[in-house]
Design a protein around this ligand. Structure first.
Ligand code: MSP
Length: 654
């Protein structure tokens, strides 16, 4: 930060409680935590808010599917988020739930005020509604008849509703974004919003849902037949949590927010709905809205239906919290998408943490033990040449100085890279100075002491700079260097001579033990037994043809039949699976299908589907499945293969 701000208020999106948290949620929350931690260390009053978005159709549907009330659904799922944040060492100052009274009251007061000022009006609405996104679209918005945001099918809806006069703020918003370049970040996201605003007429925003369709929401204070739209409710969390309409002093202290961190998928709601809402409410704009990219699995979008979602708890169990936090922050260039693979994780862990940071820590601590009786050596410069030490210290200080502006510019990954370069330089220095060689000469005690002291001081600084990302391990490292108060303070960081000479150092054990991976490219000689076994096995499977084509006989071997769904139900503990009872003409069978995220049990009953009738029975999650249904899918969109017109069960499909 070039200029030290007087306060720092950072938010994450509030997460839906229809499902357990995944890596995307973890990422935004870790990012906010790292930013908050840096600001706190700089002595800047900091407020970090996260929470949960507990109203709306998704929660209602999840509750219905689980056979519990929406409030029970919220109460059960919120714990998962809170537990994960604890495990991820997240130091949020507040956690808001939109079902709390402190929030609901503010939403209702805001609605009433806007209604009284004619910013909200009632009208008949006809349009297309996406249940997944909980948003309305016009005919023109649709892409090939589907939702332009998530590509899922939309429902036609005609009903009376309340509207926020968003359209009247279109020109103001364009002007505001253009005259405040840092408002939406990265800048290409500002251009995206501007493109959207300049290329089409902004519609008024439908901010109500009739209770007959959705009861789980905050009631409109001026019409009890309606609840408010989940986004109108959710966005207000950023101000209700810091005292808007309830604690003026608190609100003045924190608002406007410094940074709303969001994922790129919720750009429009944050850069169009939210600013226009605030404008209508006469509330100041947030200073910045930063949209990060997506974590992909390899090159594919993570999605529940593809089964490739990374579970943060599994990663923490396998590799530890700090390493997980480090990987997420170091690997993603803020703003861009990034790929998460365990292979990439292990590679970065071994090279940055086990090799570089782990290695330099061991070397410094071991040499202090060996050559300085395990006590922090003396700072005094002798009359020996200290050029190397001075250069190393200068480079470390430069890294610390550069880090502030980088973080201010949201270049978190680059700032971590900078510190890691400084860590590597300590290693290079040790190699060059070679205290172990000096130890073989007479009269070099002072020089060894000064050399190891300098290396320890540089390590102290690097550990402080990495503390926001890896709090637990960096505290352990600094404690091992003999610091009584190991929690760093960044503004006192670059003073030479902070480590107290004569204090005992300790050995923290391996901070980052190397992860041993089985090499995939081992030569046959490395694995003689396995290779031999493989060669001796007769080839049972027919080799697929090189051109990828199959024969007519192979096609005919698959027996496809129509079937009518008689019953459908969820399988406990398997959120993607449904158990179906089907009529195959001459027989009834049970199928297990991974379509629960796309179809409710109710909408399946009576449908004529196509199934592979001669598939060997198998058990999925302990439930017998006798066949497989056919479905077409692309991305998150999945549709069952059905037959056109009248066709009973048991017809063969060719
Ligand atoms: N409830 C709304 C936000 C309301 S804020 C007033 C919501 N919730 S969410 O739980 O669906 O998503 C929360 C955040 O997780 C979004 O910022 C979204 O971008 C992020 N992620 C979900 N999957 C992700 C990845 N695979 N990678 C990175 N972040 C992604 O939207």
């Amino acid at each position: 930060m070039s200029e030290k701000p007087s306060k720092y208020y950072v938010t994450t999106p509030i997460y839906y409680v229809n499902d357990k948290p995944h890596i995307g949620h973890s990422y935004t929350t870790i990012l906010a935590d790292v930013l908050a931690s840096y600001h706190r260390l700089l002595g800047i009053p900091t407020h970090f808010l996260t929470g949960t978005d507990e109203h709306g159709q998704k929660v209602q549907q999840a509750a219905d599917a689980n056979g519990i009330t929406p409030q029970e659904q919220c109460d059960q799922t919120v714990v998962r988020f809170q537990e994960l944040w604890k495990r991820l060492e997240i130091q949020n100052d507040d956690f808001i739930r939109t079902t709390e009274d402190r929030h609901k009251t503010v939403v209702q007061q805001t609605l009433q005020e806007l209604f009284d000022r004619d910013e909200i009006y009632k009208a008949e609405y006809e349009g297309w509604y996406c249940v997944g996104c909980e948003r309305f679209f016009t005919e023109k918005d649709l892409v090939e008849g589907n939702c332009p945001e998530c590509n899922r099918p939309v429902d036609k809806i005609i009903e009376s509703n309340y509207f926020f006069r968003m359209s009247k703020y279109q020109d103001w918003l364009i002007d505001y974004i253009e005259s405040n370049p840092g408002f939406i970040q990265p800048s290409f996201r500002a251009n995206e919003t501007l493109g959207f605003l300049k290329n089409k007429e902004l519609q008024d925003l439908c901010i109500s849902r009739p209770k007959s369709r959705l009861a789980w929401g905050i009631e409109l204070p001026f019409d009890t037949e309606f609840v408010t739209y989940v986004w109108f409710d959710a966005l207000i969390n950023y101000i209700s949590a810091v005292g808007y309409k309830s604690d003026e002093e608190q609100f003045k202290k924190w608002w406007p927010c410094s940074t709303h961190l969001i994922g790129k998928d919720i750009l429009t709601t944050h850069t169009v709905y939210w600013p226009t809402m605030l404008k209508a409410m006469n509330v100041a704009m947030p200073e910045s809205i930063f949209a990060h990219g997506w974590w992909l699995t390899g090159r594919t979008k993570m999605s529940k239906s593809l089964g490739n979602v990374v579970n943060p708890m599994d990663m923490i169990d396998s590799y530890g919290v700090d390493a997980f936090r480090y990987f997420l922050v170091a690997e993603m260039t803020l703003g861009q998408d990034a790929s998460f693979t365990e292979e990439a994780f292990v590679k970065r862990y071994n090279s940055d943490l086990a090799n570089d940071l782990g290695n330099v820590t061991n070397r410094v601590l071991n040499m202090i033990s060996r050559y300085c009786d395990g006590q922090m050596p003396s700072v005094s410069k002798g009359d020996f040449d200290t050029e190397l030490e001075e250069a190393l210290w200068k480079e470390t200080v430069a890294a610390a100085d550069e880090m502030g502006p980088m973080i201010g510019n949201m270049k978190l990954d680059a700032s971590i890279g900078l510190v890691m370069t400084a860590v590597r330089k300590i290693n290079v220095y040790l190699q060059e100075r070679a205290p172990w060689s000096l130890a073989k000469q007479e009269g070099t005690e002072d020089q060894i002491a000064y050399s190891l002291y300098t290396a320890a001081e540089c390590l102290r600084v690097c550990a402080a700079l990495l503390y926001p990302v890896m709090p637990e391990k960096m505290l352990a490292l600094r404690t091992a260097l003999g610091m009584a108060d190991a929690k760093p303070q960044l503004d006192k960081l670059t003073q030479f001579g902070v480590l107290a000479s004569g204090t005992e150092i300790s050995q923290p054990g391996a901070l980052f033990p190397r992860i041993e991976v089985e090499k995939k490219d081992e030569k046959p000689a490395d694995k003689p037994k396995k290779q031999k076994q493989k060669q001796q096995q007769p080839q049972k499977k027919e080799e697929p043809s090189k051109d990828g084509l199959i024969t007519f006989d192979q096609v005919m071997a698959v027996n496809l039949k129509t079937a009518v769904v008689l019953e459908a139900e969820k399988i406990e503990g398997a959120d993607k699976l449904l158990k179906l009872q089907i009529n195959l003409g001459e027989e009834k069978r049970q199928l297990v299908a991974g379509i629960a995220l796309h179809y409710t049990p109710e909408e399946l009953v009576g449908k004529t589907i196509v199934v592979v009738a001669n598939l060997k029975p198998a058990k999925l999650r302990g439930v017998k499945s006798e066949g497989m249904l056919l479905a077409a899918s692309i991305g998150d969109n999945l549709k069952l293969v059905t037959v056109e017109g009248e066709m009973g069960p048991g017809a063969s499909v060719k």
